[in-house]
Design a protein around this ligand. Structure first.
Ligand SMILES: *Cc1c(COP(=O)(O)O)cnc(C)c1O
Length: 388
């Protein structure tokens, strides 16, 4: 279907931060398949793990125990706030899962009227009907019939707006610690901590969507660690599979209490192939020093981008972000810069609010950071010339 406005390029192979076309042209990938290829392309440990698992067992369904799934869940429980994990295949499904868990939590507690979720303007939670309603972006809802009810939208980073929106029907507050698609808006620590306090006061659940910020992208395992608060429920996907489709719903024991046997499910979710790769991703990112290295790379990238901002003050309004989720706020339309970067064989990803995202693999080398920033500078020169 013509659902995507695609670039006219076909990649044949990849290696680390680099992609190569059939005809041997090499592109520097600072988009990482929209924050998915956390460990770059063809990471040897992921390739070996996938090959090994492929020869043993692919899929059994969730009618039986799945060893790799239990192992991955156990590691997530050990390293995060969570006590319980449900596996699915994508970010939208993980967001559906947290929405269902939040509503059921109150229903089984005898408060079925608590089924509304407070969400933020500019949010992105996926493309299913419920997650579109959650984000409330009119452009994406248009023509798809009745909007699923149950969401109250408030401005992002505005604690008082959340306080005012909480009512007797509120089940949860659901936010991205950093809004990715919306234009790389970073939720302040005060905001996220304030949400925790508000939710506790009101007896409702705090839900983080860390589909984009999770698994090291923020410079910590999960972005909530920067704010020093933990959610009750969390949606995870993108980086956790390193390119293999995998998502997860993380929950405290208490927040998971509504999802009893039969209340939720997925045929493919957490199958042996997907969870083998998920475990391999964790082998790398949870190794000592990995997140510190991401923070170092992020600092280097931010410093280089600051120089670019100085060099092109008419084009670059702001550099913002967290870890290796970086937004360059432009004074021109993002597709202009994405196209110019493509001409310089650099891949970037657009976002809302006139931002292009710079999302290199978490394993990007210092040389590749320098090369990417150099290519971005050349791309901005092209744009500047076209305006002159
Ligand atoms: C990408 C994204 C989603 C949706 O993930 P899909 O795998 O495309 O369904 C949800 N939430 C956030 C924050 C995302 O960045």
């Amino acid at each position: 279907m013509s659902t995507y406005a695609r670039q006219d390029i076909v990649f044949a192979r990849g290696d680390g931060a680099w992609l190569e076309t059939e005809t041997g042209e090499r592109y520097l990938d600072f988009g990482s398949g929209v924050a998915v290829n956390a460990l770059g392309h063809a990471h040897p440990h992921l390739v070996a793990t996938l090959k090994d698992q492929a020869e043993k067992l692919w899929h059994t369904s969730n009618l039986y125990r799945v060893a790799g799934q239990e192992k991955l869940a156990g590691r997530l429980v050990e390293t995060t706030f969570a006590d319980k994990v449900f596996f699915c295949n994508s970010g939208a499904e993980a967001c559906e899962g947290v929405i269902k868990a939040a509503r059921r939590f109150h229903a089984v507690a005898g408060n079925p009227e608590r089924n509304r979720i407070i969400t933020c303007n500019g949010a992105f939670h996926g493309r299913t009907l419920a997650t579109l309603a959650a984000a409330g972006n009119a452009k994406y809802l248009e023509g798809f019939g009745p909007e699923m009810p149950g969401f109250d939208h408030v401005p992002y980073n505005d604690l008082e707006a959340v306080r005012a929106a909480i009512g007797p029907e509120t089940a949860a507050v659901m936010v991205e610690p950093v809004q990715g698609e919306g234009g790389v808006h970073v939720g302040s620590s005060d905001y996220l901590a304030g949400l925790r306090a508000l939710c506790d006061e009101a007896g409702i659940l705090l839900v983080f969507d860390e589909v984009q910020t999770g698994v090291g992208r923020s410079g910590r395992f999960f972005s909530y660690e920067w704010a020093g608060v933990t959610p009750d429920l969390m949606a995870v996907a993108k980086g956790i599979g390193g390119g293999f489709p995998l998502g997860a719903v993380l929950a405290t024991e208490r927040a998971a209490q509504g999802l009893t046997p039969g209340m939720h499910g997925s045929t493919f979710g957490g199958n042996p192939l997907a969870t083998a790769v998920g475990n391999a991703v964790l082998d790398i990112v949870l190794a000592p020093g990995f997140f510190e290295a991401v923070q170092q790379k992020a600092l280097r990238l931010r410093q280089s981008l600051a120089r670019i901002q100085d060099q092109f003050p008419d084009l670059v309004a702001e550099i913002r972000g967290q870890g290796l989720l970086v937004g360059v706020k432009l004074t021109v339309a993002p597709p202009e810069v994405v196209s110019a970067a493509l001409s310089e064989k650099l891949l970037l990803v657009g976002a809302g609010d006139n931002v292009v995202r710079v999302l290199p693999p978490l394993t990007v080398s210092d040389d590749d950071i320098a090369e990417g920033v150099e290519r971005l500078a050349r791309a901005l020169s092209r744009v500047a010339k076209s305006k002159a």
